[in-house]
Design a protein around this ligand. Structure first.
Ligand SMILES: NC(=O)c1ccc[n+]([C@@H]2O[C@H](COP(=O)([O-])OP(=O)(O)OC[C@H]3O[C@@H](n4cnc5c(N)ncnc54)[C@H](OP(=O)(O)O)[C@@H]3O)[C@@H](O)[C@H]2O)c1
Length: 279
């Protein structure tokens, strides 16, 4: 397992496990399976409704808390100083922990400056080891980066072979904020798992399409948190350290970049309206 050092010196595993869309009733089992395989970094969110399942699994694992790296995110309905502050306490309780390793603003909507102040306060109180944002496109990222007292350690954004985030990466690097991918397998969209280039490259190394796509991100310095409810896929997504993609293969995969989302764009007013409609 490789570690990334964040802008405040905190070390974070470069490979973790995400639980978006993992049913509440399956989360404990999935996280326990992932722990058995060797995952120590877990990404959840208030909006996923499964923080408690992550907390129970970590407690049941019997391993020391310091071995884990837990990320959670403040949802839009908890935006604003007071609500965010209360929600941090709720997340700590649900996760059965005294501290969160990485706390992110989930979406750049609502009074997220108020949320960020509550996060800075929690950071200074030792309840959170690192703070950051998610889904902040370069414009919003630069804004919060400029005005925040504690600079965002991480920006978690959609990143995979079809959306390599070249522009965002440039700005994140410039301001020493770590890029963290959500949807590292593109959630299978754009026929990811049948991609001919990834298949051909995988055949050379005896690796699957998923493994090639994930390794490409690792070799590009991206933090990844692939999700699967299936044990064999969790293992597949974890076994990434016994091969290295050549410079030539990296170049071929770079060419798969479309520069666009396979989901939605936060620059699109219809996307913003959709987010408002689900609140
Ligand atoms: N900040 C945000 O707004 C945001 C948004 C989305 C996601 N996230 C985070 O990022 C994590 C990962 O993203 P994601 O869950 O959206 O998508 P993902 O990891 O790109 O893809 C997950 C999908 O791929 C399937 N899969 C996983 N490994 C596979 C393999 N080796 N072979 C074939 N199929 C495989 C899974 O199915 P099965 O589960 O059935 O195996 C699931 O349908 C999330 O869990 C969450 O923690 C954050």
């Amino acid at each position: 397992m490789d570690y990334i050092t964040l802008n405040n010196g905190v070390k974070m595993p470069q490979l973790g496990y995400g639980v978006y869309q993992t049913p509440v009733e399956d989360t404990e089992r999935c996280v326990l399976d992932a722990i058995k395989i060797g995952y120590r970094s877990f990404d959840t969110a208030q909006a996923y409704g499964n923080e408690a399942g992550v907390g129970v699994a970590i407690a049941k694992s019997g391993l020391p808390r310091e071995e884990f790296f837990i990320t959670t995110k403040i949802w839009i309905t908890n935006a604003g100083y007071e609500k965010a502050k209360a929600s941090i306490e709720q997340s700590l309780k649900a996760l059965q922990t005294d501290y969160i390793d990485l706390l992110l603003i989930h979406q750049p909507f609502g009074d997220y400056y108020g949320s960020y102040r509550a996060m800075e306060e929690a950071y200074e109180a030792g309840k959170v080891r690192a703070i950051g944002v998610s889904n902040f496109y370069p414009d919003r990222f630069l804004d919060i980066e400029h005005f925040a007292k504690i600079k965002p350690a991480v920006n978690q954004i959609e990143t995979h072979v079809f959306q390599q985030q070249k522009v965002a990466k440039e700005y994140l690097q410039k301001y020493n904020t770590q890029i963290m991918s959500w949807g590292p397998l593109a959630e299978g969209r754009n026929d990811f798992f049948n991609n001919e280039t990834l298949k051909e490259i995988g055949a050379k190394y005896g690796k699957s399409v998923a493994q090639v796509g994930l390794k490409f991100l690792l070799q590009n310095g991206v933090v990844i948190i692939p999700k699967s409810t299936h044990v064999e896929r969790m293992e597949e997504n974890f076994n990434l350290y016994d091969f290295e993609l050549s410079a030539e293969d990296m170049k071929r995969i770079e060419e798969l970049d479309t520069g666009n989302s396979v989901f939605f764009s936060h620059y699109d007013p219809a996307t913003v309206e959709w987010f408002m409609s689900i609140l």
